[in-house]
Write a protein that binds this ligand. Structure first.
Ligand SMILES: [Zn+2]
Ligand SMILES: [Zn+2]
Length: 357
């Protein structure tokens, strides 16, 4: 690998030699730049953290209130050992950022995780021109194409309204940080009350504090909540709440799971829910191609997801492409990576996504 590379792979994580810092390291380091607060990208134990201002709440929540944290606004530039560092919207979750690094005439961008469609809960993805782009590829297979936001929420609202009319609660499982708030922001709150699990509400509070409009949410223990209310309610819970006593309070209910993996029938069946809504905070296959093209990068490094398929496609486009083996990739698999990885569809031989670590 040429010694002029601005980011190299080290056992601790992705390292910037001239700046002497890491991006989303998976082991404790002295200086860490964090793209976003999902647990596989933001880990405990580093001496100093740099992240976007809107990541402060979730990072302190997860890594400890007393971490040494420096924050930047989007596009604000700092100079660190002669390396210009700035953060740019990734459109993934609140505070998510691409990291732009400039040194000796070279520009590298590390994407962290990203998606292109604006969901209203964080500033949308902005392409940043660079020589080398480090991208995720969580859903980097041609089968992954997301429905539009309006189509997705029309489906969810229709499911909720039909259950409410039938006197059944609608239990919707979704990742507690990012997905749950995106669902709250997008659903039609006039259909009925919204009840959230205890794992979801602290993150709602962080989003509200950052100025994101979320409808009122109730806890199941709320004294004002009647049995009749529960039969019309939308219930947002992390997947780990499935099968727990907490769910018994809702009696007979319909359940659904919101995830990009729901596009694949096998994943839906293994989850054992009534409905699957195809919803991801990662880019789908066309968006990955569009985002990579918009950077103008000649060299692309793929960090996680369907890395081999993506590298093959990039090489076919005439780009210099390679893989960095990282420890990212758990955030769209929640607590159950094995059951969430779909089998390769018959028409796409040899394109089975790799299991998340
Ligand atoms: Zn993420
Ligand atoms: Zn990731």
């Amino acid at each position: 690998m040429p010694s002029s590379d601005l980011i190299v792979h080290r056992p601790e994580g992705l390292y910037c030699p001239p700046g002497d810092f890491y991006i989303d390291p998976w082991r404790p380091v002295s200086r860490a730049v964090i793209t976003h607060a999902h647990s596989d990208h933001a880990r405990m134990g580093s001496a100093h953290y740099l992240a976007h201002t809107d990541s402060a709440g979730t990072l302190r929540n997860r890594l400890g209130a007393d971490i040494a944290l420096q924050t930047l606004a989007y596009a604000e530039v700092i100079d660190h050992h002669g390396v210009r560092v700035s953060l740019h919207p990734a459109g993934h979750v609140l505070g998510s950022a691409q990291v732009r690094i400039e040194h000796a005439g070279q520009v590298w961008v590390a994407s962290g995780d990203y998606k292109l469609e604006d969901d209203g809960t964080c500033p949308p993805f902005e392409p940043v021109r660079c020589h080398t782009f480090i991208t995720e590829s969580t859903f980097g297979l041609p089968i992954y194409r997301w429905p539009s936001q309006p189509a997705l929420f029309a489906d969810i609202n229709a499911w909720w309204a039909a259950n409410a009319a039938a006197g059944k609660a609608s239990v919707l499982y979704a990742y507690a940080f990012g997905k749950a708030q995106r669902l709250l922001h997008g659903v039609d709150a006039s259909i009925g009350p919204i009840v959230v699990h205890g794992a979801v509400e602290p993150l709602n509070a962080v989003y509200r504090a950052a100025g994101v409009a979320l409808p009122p949410t109730l806890r199941v223990t709320d004294p004002g909540l009647t049995k009749a209310d529960l039969k019309r309610a939308l219930v947002l819970a992390p997947p780990s709440a499935a099968g727990t006593p907490w769910l018994k309070r809702f009696g007979e209910h319909s359940d659904a799971f919101a995830s990009g993996w729901m596009l694949v029938r096998g994943a839906r069946r293994r989850r054992g829910v009534d409905r699957g809504f195809v919803m991801s905070d990662h880019a789908d296959w066309p968006s990955l191609q569009k985002a990579i093209g918009a950077t103008g990068a000649e060299r692309v490094i793929v960090t996680h997801g369907s890395t081999e398929v993506m590298v093959r496609w990039l090489c076919e486009q005439g780009l210099d492409a390679q893989v960095f083996k990282t420890e990212y990739g758990a955030d769209d698999n929640e607590d159950d990576a094995n059951t969430m990885v779909p089998s390769a569809p018959a028409e796409e031989p040899g394109t089975q996504p790799e299991a998340a670590p």
